[in-house]
Design a protein around this ligand. Structure first.
Ligand SMILES: *Cc1c(COP(=O)(O)O)cnc(C)c1O
Length: 451
């Protein structure tokens, strides 16, 4: 057997893949990636694929980027890991300082971890403990949104709202108040644009009015609910959340794990509505998509609520073995530097415009129900019947078929059900946007024609 056959066999024998029905996966030919180059992935046979979802929403400046590679290599020559328990390290300090500088004003204190899920667990625990030890111990509940995704650990699942992923674990979860999602295409209040009175905001306010004395925080993915189907919130919704949090004395936790680091066209999604959350979680793009790193950034006021004498037990008893890992922090610093030196956000603006223009080609497509986009984050919802918004039957696997067709043509994208997601690295070029759109649109055409 040659090397590639060995790899395929070993892959089928030993890896349990995430979010994957393994019975189906084992019967298929996996694509095994060996290299990356710019915005392309290269498999073990040398085939090249445009990375249309930035390796699950993480990659920022492209793969195999010299400045990022060098940062890691240089750091390995110094030290690859040392703990933040009772010690500090240079890379972690510089990374925290750089983060505090780019995050919204007042968010200055950084707690490091290693995934989006952990950064959200930390946000939840900090918010809860803050009130427990500062005279508001009745506050024990969180408000999350329907269709929300905050990670796969039990705490982050507790505040999530995607039944398909979360329902089975229900008996294991803590009790959370759930508000409706501001999902305009499938409005939970059966409203249309012409008769919408912001019922979602009113319902949220009612929930707060009735429960605020027990509520710790509202948790939100600012502007776009990612894994829920790239659900773009109506203008002003985020700002309304901030207003309501202030009015009712609850904290605002912004999960910027997906939307952070440029995906919405600004460094952080909250900036688009000039909102400053009390706690912000970042991961995915924080390391340029290179290494597992995450951070929970909090306002000074919250941090100060944890200060006290040893015997007051106000310590935040939480930490991960690799908290503040120097390699991950070093590449994160280099990532943030590239945003400056390469003017990443500025250069992204015409790309976003081009993407928006190209997407208009799908407006009248008989099986494109909704096109949702903010910045470079795009979701194309395919439906069986455009007039009634009737979805395809689950066994038709329309989303899966579309992305498989695109793969054959050299584009890697991923569906969320029948929502086709496009979220390329910020470094994508104008030509590559055209290739991504041409291929995706063709795939949608061909697959829906036969369905
Ligand atoms: C991906 C994601 C998470 C979870 O991050 P992991 O690194 O996979 O644990 C949390 N919140 C949002 C909004 C995400 O998109």
């Amino acid at each position: 057997m040659n090397r590639n056959e060995n790899l395929i066999n070993a892959s089928k024998k030993h890896i349990w893949y995430p979010f994957t029905q393994m019975q189906e996966f084992l019967s298929e030919q996996p694509i095994i990636i060996e290299k990356g180059e710019g915005n392309y992935l290269i498999d073990i046979d040398g085939n090249r694929y445009l990375d249309g979802v930035s390796s699950i929403w993480t990659n920022v400046h492209g793969h195999n980027k010299k400045e990022l590679n060098d940062a890691i290599i240089e750091q390995t020559k110094k030290i690859s890991h040392s703990t933040l328990l009772g010690l500090s390290n240079v890379a972690a300090i510089e990374c925290a300082e750089a983060l505090a500088k780019i995050t919204p004003k007042g968010l200055n204190r950084v707690f490091f971890s290693d995934s989006g899920s952990t950064s959200m667990e930390i946000a939840l625990k900090i918010a809860y403990q803050y009130f427990q030890q500062n005279g508001q111990s009745r506050k024990k509940k969180f408000i999350g949104l329907k269709n929300a995704y905050h990670g796969d650990t039990i705490g982050s699942v507790s505040v999530g709202g995607i039944d398909l992923f979360h329902e089975i674990y229900h008996p294991l979860l803590f009790d959370t108040l759930q508000a409706e999602s501001p999902f305009c295409y499938r409005c939970p209040f059966q409203k249309e644009k012409n008769n919408c009175q912001r019922e979602c905001e009113q319902a949220l306010e009612k929930l707060l009015r009735e429960n605020h004395e027990e509520v710790v925080a509202i948790i939100i993915e600012p502007l776009v609910q990612g894994a829920g189907g790239i659900i773009v919130q109506p203008d002003g919704f985020l700002n309304k959340i901030r207003t309501l949090c202030d009015k009712y004395g609850v904290l605002m936790i912004a999960d910027e794990v997906a939307v952070g680091f440029g995906k919405t066209g600004k460094m952080f999604a909250c900036e688009n509505e000039a909102v400053i959350p009390d706690i912000m979680a970042v991961a995915k793009g924080i390391s340029g998509g290179y290494l597992p790193l995450a951070a929970t950034v909090v306002k000074d006021e919250i941090f100060n609520g944890f200060l006290g004498n040893h015997d007051e037990y106000k310590t935040f008893f939480h930490g991960h073995t690799f908290t503040g890992n120097p390699l991950a922090c070093a590449v994160s610093i280099a990532n943030m530097k590239l945003f400056e030196t390469e003017k990443t956000i500025e250069k992204l603006q015409p790309i976003i415009t081009q993407l928006a223009n190209r997407l208009q080609e799908l407006t009248n497509h008989p099986h494109v129900g909704d096109i949702r986009r903010y910045g470079i984050m795009t979701g194309i919802e395919l439906v069986k019947d455009k007039a009634t918004k009737e979805p395809y039957a689950i066994n038709q696997r329309i989303g899966k078929k579309v992305i498989e067709w695109a793969r054959e043509k050299g584009v890697i994208i991923r569906p969320l059900g029948d929502v086709i997601v496009l979220m390329p690295p910020l470094s994508i070029t104008a030509e590559e946007i055209d290739f991504l759109c041409d291929t995706t649109f063709q795939a949608i055409d061909i697959i829906t024609k036969d369905a």
